[in-house]
Design a protein around this ligand. Sequence first.
Ligand SMILES: *Cc1c(COP(=O)(O)O)cnc(C)c1O
Length: 399
Amino acid sequence: MSNTVKNKRKIATDLAHFGEQREAHKGAVVSPIFQTSLFTFKDWDAISEAFDHRTESYIYSRGNNPTVTLAQQKIAKLAGGERALLFGSGMAAISAAVLHCVTNGGHVVAVNNIYGPSNNLFYTYLREKMNLSVTFVDGTDISHFEAAIQQNTELIYLESPASGIFSLQDIKAVTQLAKSRGIKTIIDNTWATPYYQKPLTMGVDLEVHSCSKYLGGHSDVVAGVVIGSEERIKTIQVREYEWLGGRIAPMDAWLITRSLQTLPSRLRTISANAMRVAEYLEQHPKIKKVHYPGLKSFGQYELGQKQMTGYTGLMSLQLDTEDLNKIKSFFNGLEIFKIGVSWGGHESLVYALAISYVKEMNEEQFAKTGLSYGDMRISVGLEDVDDLIADLGQALEVI
Ligand SMILES: *Cc1c(COP(=O)(O)O)cnc(C)c1O
């Protein structure tokens, strides 16, 4: 095939074929799993030479492994980034990316509603261990960031849409501001996925994901990824990745490659299902509010349209009651929606973030999330959407 045809390929085609070395593997359509901890060499010079190019060489699987490389190449391509690095969890990826950006005594500006453990990483752990200070901002207006920046600000940490009520940040405006002040930016892009939102093309330095959600997509793997420029990712690779050791297992990377091949079609179905569910819930008399960036009633709908090309399946709803017994009856009354944490798999789930957040955060942190028990989070999966709507309808009858 000519290069011009290759360059015009769309991402669904690349996710199926990019990076595959089928000829080297006897034509196997599915790439093998290199279940090996180390790689052997023919002589002194060969292994010595491998160490001269350690970010590319296969020496030891805490550094590089071919099964992991394949998944990383597909993810980098999908995100429009130069290089990706897979980790054993989203939090391993996030902590490595953050440590790359901060130094002792530095300052971070982060968004209020970031994922709970990320909040704790800044608010509790890095404050105690590295004397880091953090200012949490609402983030829906660029002025919030301007006001929070200090002399020693090293990092602006975004999550758009953010956990909980899915508020957005204007990614281009924030990265412009950060660049003008010499501040690095990280975005947790887990909700939108790199299929529907490409922050690296909007000037973000590092994009992080929990691959345990849509990139894994089948609720059978916990993993994370950091994507960015060749230079930045290589620096993380020889430092945080190799020294803190949060690498992914080859089997898990192989599961992610499998999942990437179906990502566009899974997301299209989930997106259509979620829109139907959100519209149903929005008009339901027992529902006070639905938070879903795809709804026209969403406060920042225009911004979402500007920086995302689609919407995934996670939303939250506020039940029109504060009676905890009724809230629990709705939660327990769902039959198809399973009760569980996480999201982004084939199955529909329900959870109330307040259940764990009140236990994991202090009062000040929890108050800032604005969440209460009646805020339900639902992850819409791949089941038949009419069945999902009927399930919600019967559970809502108790309210
Ligand atoms: C789940 C999640 C994470 C953490 O990922 P793990 O793979 O569970 O470590 C980070 N950010 C967001 C937005 C998440 O939903």
